[in-house]
Design a binder for this molecule. Structure first.
Ligand code: DGJ
Length: 747
């Protein structure tokens, strides 16, 4: 529903006002939930209510827009104090310098981390942004701030999701100064939390084959920075945060503010605590090596920073994000298609790819019930190892003498869709493309070009490179009946020079590259709507809400050891929905850590996400094939629940925990799926009795075991109350044990 501005009634009482704005009802994404955005002209207060949250801002007497409240939803008549500048603390923090600004510029007396900083040609770097006007349209709010004297406008854009209360914020800076202005830093938003002295921060970090570790640390005075400054999202930190009021993190209790940045380039999220105990979270483009020259009349828009709140612990924070991603972000939202069971050739064949070899694998995969066959790296150019071929996106004539068609036809005739691996943003120096266009890579003139995995990064910021990449992949998809792309990206940036443009334009590379990447993906999706795309970056180094707007799923890690994967997959779910994460069953012992595990353990671990198989199935015996077939079938029966349901992390596998368990509950409540793991048996200690969550107390559920044992005497059918309070006792003895149980609602 589209509507314009607001109406309100109020009573002014000293500095306090009654907020009785008539809410503007918006199209709700979930049931009877409503959202409203209102503005009270006399008190100059903006209020957003959605789902269970209220977000309130006010304009102070000095024109500065500041956060007044962000938390559990308030009653319509609740009074809020009019915005006013922070009080003076000492000569080091004069009046107003610590005001929790919605979007603070570096200038005036602002001493907090600024959202934006600019400099003018004459050396002036002072900018103070004051409220100018606003516009409400449905669930969107735009507020314009201005520094009239400087000729700079910044428009803050808010989009509130009625279903989850998650707010998306971005900013656009416009240059009306009549002269060139340089933007030195630009965030999407600053999120201001209430004053507190016991906050703690959760964040995700890792490394290749060890992504998605969950870290927790107290928020103390000063600044904590999460970032990537290497051109892409990265796996050292993921652009996600959660802050809890207290340090007793619980799945089901506690006030949690959380957020994630929709940007796949260099990014930065800083968590500042000021001397008053206010916490400010500022995120957007990484200011490191960033510079954006704005011609008169030009503008620059930030990425979007999404954030939400819950008082029901980190578990609910994750579920809100999962729901938001599936209903607002990923292609096909609000009902993205379910992930097919896929087979991927990488761990089986490496670069040793041939038409005949892939056909043999496809025949075996089809027997298992696989629905999508993906040929990984090694099929194109002179790609016999990672030394050559990237950039030459045509089938290797020796490996595919009749092109890709015979293989694709074969895969289709076996009843499977066909997918293929590409790494379009990269080039090997040993390739026809590089020999023809050595200037197309990121580099500084006359300086060495550092190779990683024997490859260089194509400068996608250049329009000719963008066009080449687009046409190469468009041609591949147009000339072949392909249903899936695995879009890989296997190195960070070094020497990020762009010598083809003027020196003061070169640092735009960080933003222009990503925008062109998004443009390519957007256009490919438009031209080939049936093609599913997986984002991969040596595993999970490119997972963020930006890339997820254009790709259907991600590959979270090259580490396919099912025990390590428990931790990796658990970490992933703090920020991202399990249905977005692919998980393959591969060979044992695993190539990463040489750990041996049973096929049962491997399957049950992988069934926590989008199931895939990446083993050399040509070597599997009949018993292994039969078992795999059983699990694939079992997965198809529960995949809607796992991929789209509500996830409850019952026991965390983090910190090498020997025990772990997850439960997924179907959104319609018809099914729940429990996975329990025991990495290491300990004395005669049994696995904890598992108490389920999220069931209907009154309803009755019948359980069935996919694999494993439960205590003798467990009732076949019991109420939701029983399973949630008494629970179920899983029996596991020994190391690397796994159990899967399904609960079907019967009335
Ligand atoms: C890195 C990916 O993470 C792997 O799954 C595989 O596709 C290789 N690249 C291929 O080079």
């Amino acid at each position: 529903m589209r509507c314009s501005t607001i109406s309100s009634r109020y009573v002014l009482l000293g500095l306090l006002v009654w907020l009785t704005c008539v809410p503007v009802a918006l199209a709700a994404s979930a049931g009877a939930q409503r959202a409203s955005i209102s503005y009270h002209a006399d008190s100059q207060i903006f209020r957003m209510d959605a789902a269970h949250i209220s977000y309130i801002m006010g304009v102070g007497p000095n024109g500065i827009l500041q956060t007044l409240y962000w938390g559990e939803r308030l009653q319509p008549r609740d009074r809020l104090r009019k915005a006013k500048p922070s009080h003076k603390r000492s000569s080091w923090e004069p009046k107003g310098s610590l005001t929790p600004q919605e979007y603070g510029a570096w200038g005036g007396n602002n001493v907090l981390t600024p959202a934006i900083k600019v400099h003018f040609a004459d050396g002036n770097r002072d900018l103070v942004l004051r409220y100018e006007g606003h516009h409400i349209d449905g669930n969107e709010l735009k507020i314009t701030l201005t520094d009239k004297r400087a000729g700079i406008d910044v428009t803050l854009h808010y989009v509130v999701d009625p279903g989850t209360g998650i707010i998306g914020r971005s900013a656009r800076v416009e240059n009306h100064s009549g002269q060139v202005v340089t933007v030195d830093r630009m965030a999407a938003a600053t999120w201001n939390l209430p004053r507190g002295d016991d906050y703690s921060l959760r964040y995700l970090g890792g490394k290749w084959a060890g992504e998605w570790n969950l870290y927790t640390r107290p928020v103390t005075q000063g600044t904590m920075v999460l970032q990537s400054r290497r051109g892409s999202t990265g796996d050292k930190n993921n652009p996600w945060f959660a802050i809890e009021d207290g340090d007793d993190w619980q799945e089901a209790n506690g006030r949690v503010w959380f957020g994630a940045l929709a940007w796949s380039g260099s990014w930065r999220i800083s968590v500042d605590q000021d001397v008053f105990g206010h916490v400010h979270v500022t995120g957007g483009f990484n200011p490191f090596d960033f510079s954006w020259r704005l011609e008169p009349g030009a503008s620059l828009r930030s990425p979007t920073f999404y954030a939400g709140y819950t008082d029901q612990g980190i578990g609910e924070a994750s579920r809100l994000l999962h729901h938001f991603e599936l209903t607002r972000i990923v292609p096909g939202y609000p009902h993205p298609p379910l992930r097919r069971v896929l087979y991927n050739s990488w761990e089986a064949t490496g670069f040793d790819v041939t038409a005949a070899g892939q056909m043999k694998l496809a025949e075996r995969a089809a027997k298992l019930g696989v629905e999508l066959f993906v040929m990984d790296d090694g099929w194109f150019g002179e790609r016999n190892s990672d030394h050559a071929g990237l950039g030459d996106w045509f089938a290797n004539p020796e490996k595919f003498p009749h092109g890709l068609k015979p293989l694709i036809d074969k895969v289709h005739s076996l009843g499977m869709a066909f997918g293929i691996w590409v790494e379009p943003e990269m080039v090997n120096p040993d390739s026809d493309l590089y020999r023809e266009h050595p200037d197309w890579v990121l580099h500084f003139k006359g300086r060495p070009r550092t190779q990683a995995r024997h490859q260089l990064v194509l400068n996608l910021a250049r329009d000719d490179v963008r066009d080449y990449v687009f046409h190469a992949i468009d041609r591949l998809l147009s000339n072949n009946d392909i249903q899936f792309l695995k879009w890989d990206y296997n190195r960070y940036w070094t020497e990020p020079g762009w010598p083809g443009v003027a020196p003061d334009e070169q640092q735009k590379v960080y933003v222009k590259y990503i925008r062109n990447l998004y443009g390519i993906l957007r256009e490919l999706r438009k031209r080939h709507p049936g093609v599913e795309i997986e984002s991969c970056s040596s595993g999970g180094a490119r997972v963020d809400l930006g890339i997820l707007g254009l790709t259907d799923e991600v590959w979270p890690s090259d580490n396919t050891d099912p025990s390590d994967r428990l931790t990796i997959q658990d970490g992933f779910t703090y920020a991202y929905a399990p249905g977005l994460m692919m998980a393959w069953v591969t060979d044992s012992p695993n190539w990463v850590n040489h750990r041996a595990t049973s096929l049962d353990f491997r399957f049950l671990s992988s069934m926590q996400g989008g199931l895939g198989i990446g083993a050399n199935i040509l070597e599997w015996n009949d018993a292994q094939m039969d078992k795999a077939k059983y699990y694939v079938e079992a997965y198809k029966n529960i995949r809607r629940t796992v991929q789209r349901g509500r996830l409850y992390r019952l026991i965390s596998p983090q910190h090498q925990s020997p025990y772990s368990a997850t439960e997924s509950v179907a959104r319609d409540g018809s099914q729940a799926v429990l996975f329990a793991f025991q990495r290491m048996g300990h004395e005669a200690t049994p696995h904890s009795r598992l108490r389920l969550r999220g069931l209907d107390r009154q309803a009755r559920y019948r359980y069935r075991v996919i694999h494993g044992k439960v205590l003798k005497g467990t009732p076949d059918v019991a109420s939701g109350s029983y399973w949630m309070n008494y629970g179920i006792q899983i029996l596991m003895r020994g190391d690397m044990q796994a159990t899967g149980v399904v609960f079907e609602r019967i009335d």
